[in-house]
Design a binder for this molecule. Structure first.
Ligand SMILES: NC(=O)c1ccc[n+]([C@@H]2O[C@H](COP(=O)([O-])OP(=O)(O)OC[C@H]3O[C@@H](n4cnc5c(N)ncnc54)[C@H](OP(=O)(O)O)[C@@H]3O)[C@@H](O)[C@H]2O)c1
Length: 223
């Protein structure tokens, strides 16, 4: 599958780009600047080669990346994601768009979830785009996700209104070693997932922890 990481030059972008490339997907790193995209693609390809994998990441300007890809992930800080969405609206029409956006603000030593009138960042993205928006990846600790010699076991809550698009994102996520994706419902519940991230950060800061992720512990119901 062709996967674009829009603004994939940052913290979350590197982990997703390298891990999707390891799986054999056609990965495109997007940036506002073509040169930066190409430079980062080279960097990610060096990592792939050091892991004994094929160098298969390409760098393009965000607009070209969005136009080419089947699935585009908005790995862009939430404050800048909505203006970027306006700019990419035509390129992303009818495509699958993944929102890992976490709107949050720091007051004193504590992070708070920022409530948006649309309900959540993913719903705001959906209100701008004519795309199939799926909400996922908010609780992945990006730093550890980009340490390719370490293992992890994290769960990913995925929500969205287009069932087929949601299934594609769940399947893609389950392909990544150490991630397990769960259908969490429609896009209207995205705020519940987005608001877990400031909770995790507050727990980490106050308890001197790092790399805190999410894992659901459960038993399957009989019948
Ligand atoms: N970091 C985490 O642990 C983590 C975990 C889960 C979810 N998330 C979410 O994932 C998203 C990306 O987080 P991140 O930490 O990867 O972000 P980041 O590293 O701070 O930024 C990612 C990229 O966004 C682009 N960007 C910056 N300012 C922009 C602007 N004004 N307009 C358009 N693009 C701009 C830049 O790419 P170019 O300069 O190349 O254009 C930058 O490399 C956020 O919404 C965050 O809430 C983050």
């Amino acid at each position: 599958m062709k996967i674009a990481l829009l603004g994939g030059t940052g913290h979350l972008g590197i982990g997703l780009a390298v891990r999707f490339a390891i799986l054999g997907h056609d990965v495109i790193v997007g940036s506002r600047k073509l040169e930066k995209a190409k430079m980062k693609a080279e960097e990610y390809n060096d990592i792939l080669e050091s892991l004994g994998e094929k160098a298969r990441v390409r760098g393009l300007a965000n607009e070209d990346a969005a136009r080419e890809a089947d699935v585009s992930v908005f790995t862009i800080p939430w404050e800048h994601a909505f203006s970027t969405a306006e700019f990419l609206k035509v390129a992303l029409k009818d495509k699958i768009v993944v929102s890992p956006l976490v709107p949050m603000e720091k007051r004193g030593k504590t992070f708070y979830y920022t409530k948006l009138p649309e309900g959540s960042a993913a719903e705001k993205l959906a209100s701008i785009l004519d795309s199939k928006v799926v909400s996922a990846y908010q609780t992945i600790p990006a730093e550890k996700f980009a340490r390719f010699d370490e293992s992890f076991e994290w769960d990913v809550a995925v929500c969205g209104d287009d069932e087929e698009a949601k299934k594609i994102v769940i399947d893609l996520t389950n392909q990544i070693d150490g991630l397990r994706a769960f259908d969490a419902g429609p896009l209207a519940v995205s705020s519940m997932v987005e608001s877990i991230t400031p909770l995790l950060i507050n727990i980490m800061v106050r308890n001197k922890m790092k790399d805190l992720g999410v894992k659901f512990v459960y038993k399957l119901r009989k019948g």
